[in-house]
Every structure is written in structure tokens, then in C-alpha cells.
Write a protein that binds this ligand. Structure first.
Ligand code: GAF
Length: 387
């Protein structure tokens, strides 16, 4: 099992930029993917979430080029692209370049003059693994372009996350919540981020895994997912319908007692996940502050059951990974991210990590599933300028 892999490629990105564009970059920026510890699908219901930044990052070298074009290339993509800044409108660029174009467009919509620039990126967050590779790319490009643009009143912190969410919602067309971008921008090393989306308030909660003798195991089942439409959008629509039926602006404002008023059985299940999940996130924040890891684990596992039974967003491979983790000593285990594939996480004492990983690998092989990628991760830093 690897830990803390996907080393940061600051030097290699700088070298690749120089080889491609024939000059040194003005700087190198990066932004991470995330694991969400608890609080799934609560963000677009104005609820609570508790992500941390993972060591996997998207790293971008960039420099202005005195044109009206963004030239982009990536270590992972065969095709680069040229994005004309004066012709940007939602849908005008497709593929991975849409995330870059979306950020430029969102900055322009906010009145920030984006300069023509050359960009080279290296994305080390696995795609489709539920670890938020899109937000990592958006946020890395956002911090790079903002620094190159040098606007008088540069957006910072949460405002950058909101701008990246705006790009994803309105340019790329994926109607996701704010959690992933907030995590990528705001998380700090050694902490989980307790984020209240209704009040836009955040708390950095110390998450000292080593001090507690614990490890966070991340199991990428390699069942890939997409949020551009389909099931994610349906869950969102059900939540909105349940909120409307209850006469509240969002399910954040509904209480467990309100649920009895929902006559539609499906809406009741969907709403019950959100209402109980919000309570679990708040309780998890308290448990973490008290180093009460058995309670924290219990809440993780309850969250998984709620996603599996009420919100119905897990899949067989994820459920098996969670079950095997619990059978092999995890204090808690759950799916992380939007669902329908991706990764599960397990909180386990450090001396049980190897056995847990081996058991998951063996079970996946027996059941004929794809070989999962199993790693331990420590809470890492959010977006940064690295050079
Ligand atoms: C995806 C979305 F992008 C987030 O906004 C969030 O809704 C998450 O799924 C589920 O918690 O990562």
C-alpha cells in the first residue's frame, strides 16, 4: 500500500513548460483534491460538510503571453487547446479544456480582465475516483489566472471557491454544490474543514491521525462516475421537491419531526438522508474536537448506511469495500464523494492498515471486481503558490 504518493511535480511542470513554450513560467500554483469525511449531498441543501485536502494535487505553471489566447497543455492529456478569451461563452470549449475556459469565463463575468497566457498542468488527482479532480483543476487554474491578472480587488479564499463553483455550474454545466471548491481552496494541513454552507462559516478542526495512532485509508474502487447529469441531478431535484413540499427554502431548515409530513415515500427517504446527515456532521465535528474516535467512526458508518439505504447513491463495490473495512477493524467506513462509484474511506488503527488493505484486495479479486487502489492519506494544504 502506498502512503502520501503522487509527489508534487513543481520542478517537472516548470521544465515541461519551458520545453513547450520556450521561456520560464511566471509562477507555479497548485490545488488539491479532497476526501469528504462526512456530509454527503448536504452542500447543495445549504447543510454541513467536513472534507480534508488530500496530497494529490493539480499543479499549473503559467505565464502571460501578450495575446488574447490561453494556450493550455497537460501532462496527462494528448491534446492541448487554444482558448480565445474574447469568444468565451458556456459550451464554447469542450473536454478537459472546458474547466480552464470556465474559470477564465467566470473571472470575466466578475469583471476581471484575464490576460492571454500559456499554461502547463500536471493533474495528479485520479479522474472519476470521487476525489474531486475537477475542483482541483478549476481551483489551480483560478489561483494562477488571478495572480497573472493582478486585479485591483483580487478575490480570495471562499470567493475564489465560489467563482470556481460558478464556472462548474454555469460553464461546464454540472450543477454541483460548493464543497469541493471550498475544500480545495480553504483546507489546511493537519485539519478537517467543518463548513456550514448556509452561513458560509468555516472551522479548521485539528485532525491528528498520527497522534491518535490512526490512519485514513482511501480505497479507490475504480468504478468511475460523472456528475454532469443523471443521478446526481435527480437527487438534487428530489431534495428541492422535498423542501418545497415542507415549505422551507432548503432541507437545511427541515427538522427530523418535519419528515413525518412528507407523504411521498421516495422524497421522505431522500430528505431523511439530508436531515440526519446534517446532524451527523455536527456531531462528528464535536467528536473530532474531543478525540472521540469510536464515536466519529460510528457516525461515518451511519452516514454510509444512510447513503446506501435512503439516498441510494452507493454501488456494490463501494458497499463491499466498506463492509470488509469494518470486518477488519475499521472504527468507521463510508463512501466519500458524489457516489455511484469512486472511493470509500476507513478510519482504522495504524497497526491494522496492512491487514485491512490485504482483505479488501483479496475480496475484490474473489468477487471479480477491478483491482482497487488503496492508499493512506494525511490531511494536506489547500491551494498555494509554489514558485
Ligand atoms: C460532488 C459535488 F461536486 C459536491 O458539490 C457534493 O455535492 C458531493 O458530490 C456530494 O457530497 O463531489
Amino acid at each position: 500500500m502506498n502512503s502520501q504518493s503522487n509527489a508534487e511535480p513543481v520542478e517537472s511542470v516548470k521544465t515541461a513548460f519551458e520545453e513547450l513554450y520556450g521561456a520560464a513560467p511566471a509562477g507555479v500554483w497548485s490545488s488539491p483534491g479532497r476526501v469528504n469525511l462526512i456530509g454527503e449531498h448536504t452542500d447543495y441543501n445549504n447543510g454541513f460538510v467536513m472534507p480534508l485536502a488530500i496530497p494529490d494535487r493539480v499543479t499549473v505553471a503559467a505565464a502571460k503571453n501578450d495575446t488574447r489566447v490561453l494556450r493550455i497543455a497537460s501532462a496527462q492529456q494528448a491534446e492541448g487547446a487554444e482558448i480565445e478569451l474574447d469568444k468565451l461563452e458556456p459550451g464554447s470549449v469542450e473536454g478537459w479544456g472546458a474547466y480552464v475556459a470556465g474559470i477564465a469565463w467566470a473571472l470575466q463575468q466578475r469583471g476581471i480582465a484575464v490576460p492571454g497566457a500559456d499554461l502547463f498542468m500536471d493533474g495528479r488527482v485520479p479522474l472519476g475516483a470521487g476525489l474531486s479532480s475537477s475542483a482541483a483543476l478549476e481551483c489551480a487554474v483560478a489561483v494562477a489566472l488571478i495572480d497573472l491578472a493582478e486585479p485591483a480587488d483580487a478575490p480570495q479564499g471562499l470567493a475564489v471557491a465560489q467563482l470556481a463553483q460558478f464556472a462548474e455550474n454555469e460553464y461546464v454545466g454540472a450543477k454541483t454544490g460548493l464543497m469541493d471548491q471550498a475544500a480545495s481552496i480553504l483546507c489546511t494541513e493537519g485539519h478537517a474543514l467543518l463548513f456550514d454552507v448556509l452561513n458560509l462559516s468555516t472551522e479548521q478542526v485539528p485532525f491528528d491521525l498520527d497522534g491518535a495512532g490512526l490512519a485514513l485509508v482511501v480505497i479507490d474502487t475504480r468504478v468511475t462516475h460523472s456528475h454532469a447529469g443523471g443521478e446526481y441531478g435527480e437527487r438534487r431535484a428530489s431534495c428541492e421537491a422535498a423542501a418545497a413540499a415542507l415549505g422551507v427554502d432548503s432541507l437545511r431548515l427541515a427538522t427530523p419531526a418535519d419528515l413525518d409530513r412528507l407523504e411521498d415515500a421516495l422524497l421522505l427517504k431522500r430528505a431523511r438522508h439530508i436531515v440526519t446527515e446534517n446532524d451527523r456532521v455536527v456531531a462528528a465535528g464535536q467528536a473530532m474536537s474531543k478525540n472521540d474516535w469510536s464515536e466519529f467512526g460510528r457516525l461515518m458508518t451511519a452516514s454510509h448506511a444512510s447513503m446506501r439505504d435512503d439516498f441510494e447513491i452507493t454501488c456494490l463495490e463501494i458497499d463491499v469495500a466498506v463492509e470488509v473495512s469494518l470486518e477488519h477493524g475499521a472504527l468507521g467506513a463510508r463512501m466519500t464523494g458524489g457516489g455511484f462509484g469512486g472511493s470509500s474511506i476507513a478510519l482504522v488503527s495504524q497497526d491494522k492498515v496492512e491487514a485491512l488493505g490485504a482483505a479488501v484486495l483479496a475480496t475484490f479479486a474473489e468477487r471479480g471486481f477491478k483491482e482497487p487502489v488503496i492508499r493512506t492519506m494525511l490531511p494536506s494544504r489547500g491551494a498555494s503558490r509554489d514558485l
